[in-house]
Design a protein around this ligand. Structure first.
Ligand code: CO8
Length: 267
């Protein structure tokens, strides 16, 4: 399907490949509008639905992952319009329902909704040039796509308050120290590193990967006992999968595992 505000490409030569979604509104520093979020949602759903995609990378340009929601679009709203159109809730959070791993590969600005989009991904790999911030306060508003909730969970209350109340940016190394990003790499290694991480994931057992993602996400939605119980049930469920049989047999037979996604007799 042709897209106008994103590009979609596939990488890898293994049975399961990586989908790379590139945000593509360069003149607006990839500012997020409804058209882009609709296309992003549709591409994410398409990648989630096909067996040959094992992992998804979302990236932007060298200058910007995304410099926030499109302020020109936001400025057209009054409360009634925002409420009636269910601004953000209607179409900006499709990514939350995606079951395959989604990696954000961030160079340049990741501000406002751009930072929030990166935080909705499963983990963030940052280039040295990455700059993260929630500058909405400077526009007389506040973060609206989970920034006040996900940022403190990632970096703690004090730094989150600092970012949200002053609107200052944090560079890639501060973001790594604070736990917002998983690794920082030179700009020219960003996509290569994200693709390597994605290829590693693609080669693993699809059931185990999906279940592990579900478990880690549950840590943010439940108390410790409930979260551990959720993990325990999925851990036990793994013993009904072809992944577990192949993974453990390969280890014991001292060979590389060849994971398939499902029991070959199943649909
Ligand atoms: N919206 C619309 N256009 C933008 C945006 C934006 N967020 N950011 C940059 N642009 C445009 C500029 O207007 C400019 O366009 P033009 O060339 O036509 O004048 C072009 O991109 C290049 O920008 P600059 O000339 O400003 O580039 P600089 O390198 O000088 O500065 C900055 C880069 C610092 C990123 C600067 O552009 C900036 O401060 N941008 C706004 C950042 C911001 O305030 N972001 C928060 C927006 S509000 C928001 O995200 C609310 C989230 C609510 C939920 C979202 C759901 C996901």
């Amino acid at each position: 399907m042709p897209y106008e505000t994103i590009q979609l490409a596939e990488h890898g030569d293994t049975a399961r490949r990586t989908a790379v979604i590139t945000l593509n509104r360069p003149k607006q520093l990839n500012a997020l509008n409804d058209a882009l979020m609709d296309e992003l949602g549709s591409a994410l759903r398409a990648c989630d639905a096909v067996d040959h995609i094992g992992c998804i990378v979302i990236t932007g340009s060298e200058k910007a992952f995304a410099a926030g929601a499109d302020v020109a679009m936001l400025a057209q709203h009054d409360f009634a319009a925002a409420y009636e159109r269910d601004l953000i809730t209607r179409n900006w959070e499709t990514i939350r329902g995606i079951r395959k791993p989604v990696i954000a590969a961030v160079a340049g600005f990741a501000l406002g909704g751009g930072c929030e989009l990166a935080m909705m991904c499963d983990f963030i790999i940052a280039a040295e040039s990455a700059r993260f911030g929630q500058p909405e306060i400077r526009l007389g508003i506040l973060p609206g796509a989970g920034g006040t909730q996900r940022l403190p969970r990632a970096v703690g209350k004090s730094k989150a308050m600092d970012m949200v109340l002053t609107g200052r940016m944090m560079d890639a190394h501060e973001a790594e120290r604070a736990g917002l990003v998983s690794r920082v790499v030179p700009d020219d290694k960003l996509i290569e590193t994200a693709l390597e991480a994605a290829a590693t994931i693609c080669a693993l057992g699809g059931n185990a990967v999906m279940a592990a993602k579900e478990c880690v996400n549950r840590a943010f939605e439940s108390g410790l006992s409930d979260g551990v119980m959720f993990e325990r049930r999925l851990f036990q469920a793994m013993f009904g999968t072809a992944d577990q049989i192949e993974g453990m047999s390969a280890f014991l037979e001292k060979r590389k595992p060849a994971f398939g996604r499902r029991n070959p007799d199943a649909l």
